[in-house]
Design a protein around this ligand. Structure first.
Ligand code: SF4
Length: 383
C-alpha cells in the first residue's frame, strides 16, 4: 500500500499505469453524471484530477459482511485496478492490503500520525457500544477505540453502507451488541453518510472526486447524506413506474406480470419510501439493480430498515395499490381529499342525525303534550 508514486497527480499516476486519456475522460463523464452535474463539469473534473494528488484513505471494517468492499472490488469505468483504487491512495484496508499483523497496524498508525487532519477515513460496518465495545475488536483494540482515534483525526469520515451510517442489520431489534453508526459512536466528527446495502462504489468515488474538484464535500441533507445520491425517490426513477401508474402489478412470483416486468409494489417493493440513485447508476458496471432484476426494493439505505420496512414481502401500508395514470403523489393528494371528504361526510351525517334527533324529540314532546291533553292514539302512530 505504501506507494512512492502517491505524490503524483491522479491523472499522472493513471497515465503511468497505462490508462488512456479516453478512458480517463469516460471516468470523468461517468462521475459528473453520478454527481448530477451538467457536461461542462466533465472538463472541470478532468482538470482537477490533472492537478490534485491522490488523497490518502484508510478503510476500517467493523461489524460488517464486507459487502461494501466486495462492491468496490467490482467497480468499473474502466476497472478497479485502473481507477477507483488509483484515484485514492488506499493506505490501509484489512481485506485487501498486503501487510498483515503488526506491519498492518503500523500502516494505519503512520497515516494517523503523519497525515493528521488530511486523510479520509472510510468506515464499513457498525460500531458496538455495549459492554465497553468488546463485541468487535481488531488487533486487540475495540472498534470504538479505533474509530475515536482514526476518525477523530481524519479530515472527513465516509460511513459507507447502512451499518456504518445507522447501525444496519447488527442494530436491528434486539440489537444485542448495542450497535450504532459512526456519527452516533463518535459525535462531533465530520461524517458523510453513504448508506445502502451495499453502497454503490460510484457514490463513494463521486464524493471523493467532488472534494478533489471543488475543495468541498458535496451538499448534504439533514442526515449527512449527499443529495446527488439520496435526493430522489427510487419510485420516481424506476423503470417499472409506468406499470404502477397503469395499475399493472405483479401478484405472484413468476406470474405473467412478473415475466413482463410489471410493478413490484404488491410484492412488497419499498421504492415509494426509499431514496437512493440505484435506478440511474445501477450496479456491476451499470448492468442492473434489484428492481430491474425482478425483486422489490427493501429500502436498504433507510435508517433501521430491518425493523421499519419489514416484512419485506408485504405491501407498504397507506399507499393504494392502483391508480391508472396517476402518480403516488397524486394518489396521496386523492387520499387526503378522500379523507377530508370522509370527515366532512361524517360531520354532515352526524349533523343530520342530530337535527333529525332534535326534530323527533320535538315531535315526541308535541305528541306527549297532545296525548296528555287526550288528543292522539299512540298505537296508531306506531304502525
Ligand atoms: Fe418500481 Fe417499486 Fe415503485 Fe413499482 S413500487 S414503480 S417496482 S419502485
Amino acid at each position: 500500500m505504501n506507494d512512492p508514486a502517491k505524490d503524483e497527480s491522479v491523472w499522472t499516476y493513471l497515465k503511468s499505469r497505462g490508462v488512456s486519456r479516453r478512458d480517463f475522460m469516460k471516468f470523468c463523464a461517468a462521475t459528473a453524471a453520478t454527481l448530477a452535474l451538467p457536461s461542462p463539469f466533465i472538463v472541470r473534473i478532468a482538470e482537477a484530477l490533472d492537478r490534485k494528488q491522490r488523497p490518502s484513505v484508510v478503510w476500517l471494517e467493523f461489524q460488517d459482511c464486507a459487502g461494501n468492499t466486495e462492491a468496490m472490488l467490482r467497480a468499473s469505468k474502466p476497472t478497479i485496478e485502473q481507477l477507483v483504487l488509483d484515484v485514492i491512495s488506499l493506505d490501509y484496508h484489512e481485506t485487501i492490503m498486503v501487510p498483515a499483523g503488526k506491519q498492518a497496524e503500523k500502516s494505519l498508525a503512520d497515516v494517523v500520525k503523519n497525515k493528521k487532519g488530511k486523510y479520509i477515513a472510510i468506515v464499513e460496518g457498525s460500531i458496538p457500544l455495549k459492554d465497553g465495545g468488546v463485541y468487535c475488536c481488531v488487533g486487540g483494540r475495540s472498534a470504538i477505540d479505533i474509530a475515536r482515534e482514526v476518525c477523530g483525526n481524519a479530515f472527513v469520515t465516509l460511513a459507507v453502507g447502512s451499518c456504518a451510517a445507522w447501525g444496519g442489520i447488527p442494530s436491528a431489534n434486539p440489537n444485542p451488541t448495542g450497535a450504532v453508526g459512526v456519527k452516533e459512536a463518535v459525535p462531533g466528527i465530520t461524517v458523510v453518510n453513504l448508506p445502502g446495502c451495499p453502497e454503490n462504489v460510484e457514490n463513494i468515488t463521486a464524493t471523493i472526486v467532488h472534494y478533489l474538484t471543488f475543495g468541498t464535500l458535496p451538499p448534504l441533507d439533514s442526515r449527512n447524506r449527499p443529495y446527488f445520491a439520496h435526493g430522489k425517490r427510487i419510485h420516481d426513477n424506476c423503470e417499472r413506474r409506468a406499470h404502477y401508474d397503469a395499475g399493472q402489478f405483479v401478484r405472484e412470483w413468476g406470474d405473467e406480470g412478473h415475466r413482463r416486468g410489471w410493478c413490484l409494489y404488491e410484492m412488497g417493493c419499498k421504492g415509494p419510501e426509499a431514496y437512493l440513485n440505484c435506478p440511474s447508476i445501477k450496479y456491476n458496471e451499470g448492468t442492473s439493480w434489484p428492481v430491474q432484476g425482478g425483486h422489490g426494493c427493501i429500502a436498504c439505505a433507510a435508517d433501521n430498515n430491518w425493523d421499519k420496512m419489514s416484512p419485506f414481502y408485504k405491501r407498504l401500508p397507506n399507499v393504494p395499490g392502483f391508480g391508472v395514470e396517476a402518480t403516488a403523489d397524486k394518489i396521496g393528494v386523492r387520499l387526503a381529499v378522500a379523507t377530508a371528504a370522509g370527515i366532512a361526510t361524517h360531520g354532515i351525517i352526524r349533523a343530520t342525525k342530530a337535527k333529525k334527533g332534535r326534530r323527533e324529540e320535538n315531535t315526541e314532546q308535541k305528541r306527549t303534550t297532545e296525548a296528555q291533553q287526550g288528543g292522539i292514539d299512540h298505537d296508531k302512530d306506531s304502525d
